[in-house]
Design a protein around this ligand. Structure first.
Ligand SMILES: O=C(O)CCC(=O)C(=O)O
Ligand SMILES: [Fe+2]
Length: 319
């Protein structure tokens, strides 16, 4: 039996085949069992890309704070006011709009494939940020799930959001590794204050690794006790029916759309007609960025429909 092209799983076959091509099967198994996985650098991106994106994040730190940032030095807030800020930590927001290297990142095959798996193809980018950390005091691990709870406080069993941190520096216990509670994605609720801390493990990972997690997984961070920076690019995705944290849908430029494949347009909801003004919805948006195979299927379907109608009309005329 050959897996990978069953008719009844048409929507899933592409992702299944990509997982196999990229050698991500064990990571998918870890996501299912533990709710998170660590993909090693060689399966994520080449060194040149890694250095490029890291340099870019350091440059944006400088642009926004007014201070030169170096990996082995602690950071400073300077002129940067964006919230939340805590002891030894700020977040850089809206990175997708800050440099084209981030457009490449959200299309990175390993990131894209794992998120696609977790979200069943229904993902859009919610935010692209960098957690910039240096030595600082921290009360507790701040465990939480990234999924917004439902009306009754429950989380859906499926991954309504999915997240992944591209580590731009090593993650170790002492330098403030992310903390995960293995298997907590199955609890389908947020932790109570302090709950789960005893079972939290440090996710140690080499710079260049990708840590991906199910939206329900309880996670937080250990305190950063060492000097120097802990940097990442946090790639947070949500289901297309949810609001995004950052505004892309109507702000992404035509230039950005033109220089990227259709997957990019769908990640930034350029194919989504919702959120219209007095001109009403533009339904053509959803068709414009469909993959070529889907467009072909639609053309074929319409051609067959027209043929059937013509035949019907012909036989009606022939009496
Ligand atoms: O690395 C951390 O500080 C935790 C980050 C976090 O909670 C997240 O990216 O959702
Ligand atoms: Fe989080």
């Amino acid at each position: 039996m050959k897996f990978g092209n069953f008719k009844s799983t048409e929507a899933l076959n592409k992702n299944f085949n990509r997982i196999r091509e990229l050698g991500l099967e064990s990571h998918v198994s870890e996501l299912n069992t533990y709710g998170f996985t660590v993909v090693p650098p060689e399966k994520v991106a080449d060194r040149e890309f890694f250095l490029d994106i890291r340099e870019t994040v350091l440059r944006i730190c400088k642009d926004r704070t007014g201070f030169e940032f170096q990996l082995d030095k602690n950071g400073e807030f300077g002129e940067y006011k964006a919230q939340p800020q805590s002891d030894g930590q700020f977040l850089l927001f809206y990175l997708l709009m800050a440099d084209p290297v981030f457009e490449k990142w959200i299309l990175n095959p390993t990131l894209y494939t794992l998120i696609d798996y977790l979200m069943g193809g229904q993902q859009q980018l919610s935010s692209l940020t960098s957690f910039v950390k240096w030595k600082g005091e921290r009360q507790g691990l701040g465990l939480h799930s990234d999924s917004p709870p439902d009306r009754d406080g429950h989380l859906p069993a499926c991954s309504d959001v999915a997240n992944a941190a591209y580590c731009l520096t090593d993650y170790t216990l002492d330098n403030g590794a992310i903390a995960m509670v293995p298997g907590s994605h199955r609890y389908c609720r947020q932790p109570r204050p302090g709950e789960g801390e005893k079972n939290a493990v440090p996710v140690e990972a080499e710079a260049g690794s990708l840590i991906a997690w199910h939206g329900n997984t309880w996670h937080g961070a250990f305190p950063k006790k060492t000097d120097g920076l802990r940097l990442n690019v946090t790639s947070y995705h949500c289901h297309r029916r949810l609001k995004t944290q950052e505004a892309y849908q109507w702000r992404v430029t035509q230039e950005m759309l033109d220089r990227n494949p259709t997957e990019f347009a769908r990640l930034v909801a350029a194919d989504d007609h919702m959120g219209w003004d007095e001109r009403g919805p533009d339904y053509a948006r959803s068709h414009k960025y469909l993959p070529e195979e889907a467009k072909k299927q639609i053309r074929e379907f319409r051609r067959k429909q027209a043929e059937a109608q013509a035949q019907k009309a012909e036989s009606a005329a022939a009496g």
